[in-house]
Unconditional design. Structure first.
Ligand SMILES: CC(C)(COP(=O)(O)OP(=O)(O)OC[C@H]1O[C@@H](n2cnc3c(N)ncnc32)[C@H](O)[C@@H]1OP(=O)(O)O)[C@@H](O)C(=O)NCCC(=O)NCCS
Length: 122
């Protein structure tokens, strides 16, 4: 089983306010996207987001920053999967630092959109 799912993303001006700080919603969207990839890899089924848990924005993210989004499955329930997501920031002047972290929960669904079991043994 893959234990980590990673994506790189550059922050463009359209992701930021006029002060150059990335919108929280942009970062949350990335976290949800990469978190869902981790859940889908684990479940090998379609998954939907059921809960966005506590998200902490620890340091600002700016236009031009390169973001590395790292998602790790931390809990597998009967039909749900909880993923811890970390967003690291780096740029031409600064090394990689943890900028944002949070946890999200996904539910595996069948073709009718109903919760369906995740293989516990994987
Ligand atoms: C996710 C969804 C399929 C769950 O349906 P449901 O009938 O509430 O499901 P259940 O009550 O049987 O719960 C299914 C699992 O979800 C978990 N769950 C339900 N609500 C939860 C919540 N608020 N927080 C965390 N887990 C939750 C349950 O604990 C259960 O986990 P388990 O099987 O591992 O024990 C349904 O709520 C849904 O379709 N929501 C919309 C999803 C969506 O569109 N997401 C994108 C957001 S725009």
């Amino acid at each position: 089983m893959e234990t980590e799912t990673r994506t790189l993303e550059l922050v463009f001006p359209e992701h930021a306010n006029p002060g150059g700080n990335a919108f929280g919603g942009f970062v949350l969207g990335l976290m949800d996207k990469v978190g869902s990839y981790a859940a889908i890899r684990r479940a090998r089924k379609r998954c939907v987001t059921v809960r966005v848990g506590e998200v902490i924005f620890e340091v600002p993210i700016k236009v031009g920053d390169l973001l590395e989004v790292v998602a790790k499955v931390v809990r597998v329930g009967r039909t749900s999967i909880t993923v811890e997501v970390e967003v690291y920031r780096e740029n031409l002047k600064e090394a990689k630092v943890l900028a944002t972290r949070g946890n999200l929960t996904y539910v595996a669904i069948d073709a009718e959109g109903r919760p369906t079991p995740v293989d516990p043994a994987d």
